[in-house]
Design a protein around this ligand. Structure first.
Ligand code: FAD
Length: 510
C-alpha cells in the first residue's frame, strides 16, 4: 500500500447509516489494511425509524454475503411488494405503486403503450392486472422465485420491512465480527487541521481523542462534522413541505400484508408498515398546517391495533447538504440530507453513498476531483428522487388548504417536462440517474390522475386481435402465478419466522 493510503476510517454515529457503512467497509478492507472505528453515543441514541426499503437493498445484502432469510428473521422483518397510496389523488381513491414491471414489452413499444391502446379499443382491464407484484400483494401472497419458477417471475421484485433497531444491531454484530472497533462516547468537539481545514480528530466528552485520515459523518440530523466544516444546507421545503413526523408502534392484529400503506391526511400522510411482531406507524405532516396535538390525535385514531408506546416526534427540514463530501469527510444518512420517507429512499441513499465512496475511494490527500465527482452523482440522484416525491404532492385534487397549496406550487423544470410529456402521449422520459424506473413513474403518474391524451403511434402496428390475445395471455399467466403463491404469512412461517418479540434479548441499544 502506498504511504498515502488511508489507514484509519472513523465513522461518527451508529445508526443505520453508521452501521451500514461499517459493515460494508469491513467487507472491503481487511483489518490489517485499514482500521475501521465507529463512535456512537448510547445517551443520544438513534432516530429508530426507517423500516421500509426498496429492492436494491438485496444487492447490499448480497455483497455483504447476508442470508436473506436469516436477515428477515433477525429483524422481525416482512416482505414488501410495493406501496399502496390511499387518498392521495382525492378522498376515497387508492392506487398501488408496485416494484417489478407491468407486463412484458412486445411489438415496437413499451408495454404500457400497448395497454393504453387497448383501452382506446374498449379494454377495461386496469394496468394493475398486468403487475404480478400488485396481484400478489392484494391477495396477501409472497414467494421468492426459484430457477424453476414461471418466467413471469422475471417481472417480480421485492424489498423488506424491518425493525430499524434490530437492523442496526444486526449490522453491528456483522461489522464487529469482521474487526470494526466500536467506541462508546459523546463527540464534544471536531478539531480541524490548520492550513487545509481537513478534519484532524474528534474529541469525546471524557477527553479521549479519535484520529483518522477519513471521516464518515453518520451523526444523523445533527451532522456534527459536516456542520463543523461549514458545509451548508440547501432547503427543499418549498417543494416538500412536511417537517415533522410522529412515530408509534401498535399491536399486530392480523397477518402482515406484503406492502406498505401511505394514507393521505389533512396536512400530510400516515404510514403503516407491517412487521412480524408489531406494526410501525407514523404521521408525517406540515407543522404550519396542523398542530402537533391534532396530528397525534389523527395518528392514534387511525391505528390497526393498540398503541405500544407514546408517539415520538421527529423534526426535519427537507433538503440536502451542499456537499456530501467535503474535504476528508463524507456525510451519509440523515447527516447528508433528508427528502422524506414517502418512497423509502433514505436507506437506499446510504447504500448508494457507500458504493460511490468505494468507487471513488481516496487516499489521505482526498483529491478534490474525487469529491467533486462523488458530489455530482449524489446531487443528481437526490434531485431525481426529489422530483418523484414532489409528483405525489403536486398532482392532487384534494380539498384541504395544505393540498391545494401543494397543487399550486411551482415545480422543478425537470419534473414539469416529465409530466408534460406523459400527459401528451404517454411517453416516459428516463434520465441517467433516475432511481425510479418507468414502472414507478407510470404507477404514480396514473395514480395521481395524470392521464395521457394519446399513445405511441407505433403501438397501432399490432393488429387488434393479436393485441387482445397477447394481453389476455399475460393477464392469465399473472393471475395464475399470483394465485399459486403461498400466503405471505405461510412464507414467513416456513422460511424466516422470528422469535416472539418477548424472547428478544434486551441488549443495550447499539
Ligand atoms: C419519520 C422518518 C421515517 C423514516 N422512514 C424511513 C423508511 O421507511 N425507509 C428509509 O429508507 N428511511 C426512512 N427514514 C430515514 C432513516 O430513518 C434514516 O435514513 C436512517 O435511520 C439513518 O439514520 P442515521 O444513521 O443517519 O441517523 P441516526 O439514526 O440519528 O443515527 C445517528 C447516530 O449518531 C450518533 N451521534 C449523534 N451525535 C453524536 C455525538 N455528539 N456523539 C456521538 N455520537 C453521536 C447517535 O448516537 C446515533 O448513533 C425515515 C426517517 C424519518 C425521520
Amino acid at each position: 500500500m502506498s504511504d498515502a493510503a488511508i489507514r484509519t476510517i472513523l465513522i461518527a454515529g451508529g445508526g443505520t447509516a453508521g452501521w451500514m457503512a461499517a459493515a460494508a467497509l469491513s467487507v472491503a478492507f481487511q483489518p490489517h489494511q485499514c482500521r475501521i472505528v465507529l463512535v456512537e453515543s448510547d445517551e443520544i441514541g438513534t432516530v429508530g425509524v426507517g423500516e421500509a426499503t426498496i429492492p436494491p437493498i438485496q444487492l447490499f445484502n448480497k455483497i455483504l454475503g447476508i442470508d436473506e432469510r436469516e436477515f428477515v428473521r433477525a429483524t422481525q422483518g416482512s416482505f414488501k411488494l410495493g406501496i399502496e397510496f390511499v387518498g392521495w389523488l382525492r378522498e376515497g381513491q387508492r392506487y398501488f405503486h408496485p416494484f417489478g414491471r407491468y407486463g412484458d414489452d412486445f411489438g415496437l413499444t413499451a408495454f404500457h403503450q400497448q395497454w393504453l391502446r387497448a383501452q382506446t379499443l374498449g379494454s377495461t382491464t386496469p394496468l394493475d392486472g398486468y403487475s404480478l407484484n400488485h396481484q400478489a400483494a392484494y391477495r396477501g401472497r409472497f414467494e421468492i422465485p426459484t430457477p424453476q419458477s414461471n418466467p413471469v417471475f422475471s417481472t417480480f421484485s421485492w424489498a423488506y420491512h424491518f425493525d430499524a433497531g434490530l437492523y442496526a444491531r444486526y449490522l453491528r454484530g456483522f461489522a464487529e465480527r469482521r474487526g470494526v472497533e466500536r467506541v462508546e462516547g459523546k463527540i464534544a468537539e471536531v478539531v480541524l487541521r490548520p492550513g487545509d481545514g481537513f478534519v484532524d480528530r474528534l474529541i469525546l466528552g471524557d477527553g479521549r481523542a479519535l484520529e483518522a485520515e477519513l471521516f464518515l459523518d453518520c451523526t444523523g440530523f445533527r451532522g456534527l462534522i459536516t456542520e463543523a466544516l461549514g458545509t451548508g444546507y440547501e432547503e427543499w421545503t418549498h417543494w416538500l413541505p412536511c417537517d415533522r413526523a410522529l412515530a408509534v408502534p401498535c399491536a399486530r392484529v392480523a397477518d402482515p400484508v406484503p406492502y406498505t400503506r401511505a394514507t393521505a391526511r389533512q396536512a400530510g400522510w400516515q404510514w403503516r408498515i407491517p412487521l412480524q411482531h408489531r406494526t410501525g406507524n407514523g404521521h408525517v405532516y406540515c407543522s404550519g398546517a396542523i398542530s402537533d396535538d391534532a396530528a397525534a390525535a389523527t395518528l392514534l385514531a387511525n391505528l390497526d391495533g393498540a398503541p405500544e408506546a407514546d408517539p415520538r416526534m421527529l423534526r426535519f427540514t427537507t433538503g440536502r447538504r451542499r456537499k456530501a463530501w467535503n474535504r476528508n469527510c463524507i456525510a451519509l444518512g440523515l447527516a447528508s440530507g433528508f427528502l422524506e420517507p414517502l418512497e423509502s429512499t433514505s436507506i437506499h441513499l446510504i447504500q448508494t453513498g457507500i458504493s460511490k465512496l468505494l468507487s471513488w475511494f481516496p487516499d489521505r490527500h482526498c483529491d478534490p476531483l474525487l469529491a467533486a465527482e462523488y458530489n455530482r452523482l449524489v446531487d443528481a440522484e437526490m434531485e431525481s428522487i426529489r422530483d418523484f416525491l414532489i409528483l405525489h404532492y403536486q398532482a392532487n385534487e384534494r380539498d384541504e388548504p395544505f393540498w391545494r397549496q401543494c397543487a399550486a406550487m411551482p415545480i422543478p423544470d425537470t419534473l414539469a417536462a416529465k409530466i408534460e410529456m406523459f400527459r401528451a402521449n404517454g411517453r416516459l422520459i428516463e434520465r441517467p440517474h433516475d432511481l425510479f424506473h418507468p414502472t414507478s413513474w407510470l404507477a404514480v403518474l396514473l395514480g395521481q390522475g395524470v392521464a395521457p391524451a394519446a399513445h405511441d403511434p407505433l403501438a397501432d402496428t399490432v393488429p387488434p386481435e393479436e393485441l387482445a390475445a397477447v394481453l389476455g395471455g399475460m393477464r392469465h399467466v399473472i393471475d395464475q402465478a399470483a394465485a399459486r403463491m403461498s400466503t405471505h404469512q405461510q412464507f414467513i412461517d416456513r422460511n424466516c419466522r422470528a422469535a416472539p418479540a418477548s424472547a428478544i434479548t434486551q441488549e443495550p441499544h447499539p
